[in-house]
Design a protein around this ligand. Structure first.
Ligand SMILES: O=C(O)CC1=CCC(=O)O1
Length: 262
């Protein structure tokens, strides 16, 4: 467990795997912390270095007053990469993490050499939808919305398992200001044009039961990048790295091999 103090924002991060291996950087979704990747990382091949972090307002990272901008979330991870001297990473971003990954790739191709856009899009939802959700959370907290979020996060089979309660607990324990701060960043983001200009190896991953970023939306975004690949995980919702870590890790590994990263 490590903390980087980056111009007034403290980011909690973790480094696993081979310290000299090719770097793979992970960015998690709204309402989750870096434990999102635990089961996937346990299944990844040896010889890689895995870096993950809690974005501001989530997990153990600090919580500057919201709302946040996408630019600030991108700058946070850019500063973390500079702090750790990370270059030529493959960045795996899920949902808002995938937006942050698009933003970092547009800004710093020296840091991002390959992109995995998992359960994400250039634009997610509408500003009205996010403003409505934030107003509800600001008045009543996250708990009343949690069952609806679980229906988007997970497919039907996983929702019937006891493990779902752990992820629900992670969601409702995120601070309201951190969650709504990051939602505001999503509301203000449309990466359609900048992502269309990207030229780097890219993979899209979707879950066929994803209620937040359905497969067609993920495919449309990754198709903005010429030569990109796409993989659909069946039976999974918005967090396939949790529901089906075996297929998720295999999909990542195949991509990393194809682009010569492992
Ligand atoms: O809460 C959801 O709908 C899921 C989600 C959207 C953006 C993100 O990061 O998670």
């Amino acid at each position: 467990m490590h903390i980087a103090n980056l111009d007034g924002v403290s980011l909690h991060y973790r480094v696993d795997g081979d310290p000299d291996g090719a770097p793979v950087l992970f960015a998690n979704s709204l309402g989750t912390d870096l434990r999102l990747w635990d089961s996937t990382l346990a299944l990844m091949p040896k010889g890689l270095k895995f870096i993950r972090y809690d974005k501001r307002g989530h997990g153990l990272s600090s919580m500057p007053p919201g709302p946040y901008s996408m630019g600030a979330l991108v700058t946070d991870v850019e500063r973390l990469c500079d702090h750790l001297n990370l270059r030529d990473c493959v960045m795996v971003g899920l949902s808002i993490g995938g937006m942050i990954a698009q933003g970092l790739a547009v800004k710093r191709l020296d840091i991002v050499r390959g992109l995995v856009l998992s359960n994400t899009a250039a634009k997610i939802g509408t500003p009205e939808m996010w403003n409505e959700r934030n107003a509800a959370i600001q008045s009543g907290g996250i708990e009343p919305l949690a069952d609806g979020v679980m229906e988007r996060w997970f497919g039907k089979a996983f929702r019937a398992t006891p493990e779902m309660a752990l992820w629900r607990a992670m969601l409702v324990r995120q601070p309201v200001e951190g969650y709504t701060g990051c939602s505001a960043a999503i509301a203000g983001t449309d990466f359609y044009t900048p992502t269309s200009g990207l030229r780097l190896p890219a993979l899209g991953i979707a879950g066929d039961q994803d209620g937040s970023t359905p497969p067609d939306l993920v495919r449309e975004t990754v198709n903005l990048i010429p030569g990109s690949r796409f993989h659909l995980i069946r039976g999974a919702g918005h967090l396939p790295c949790v529901e089906n870590p075996v297929e998720y890790a295999q999909t990542l590994t195949t991509f990393l091999k194809e682009i010569g990263h492992v």
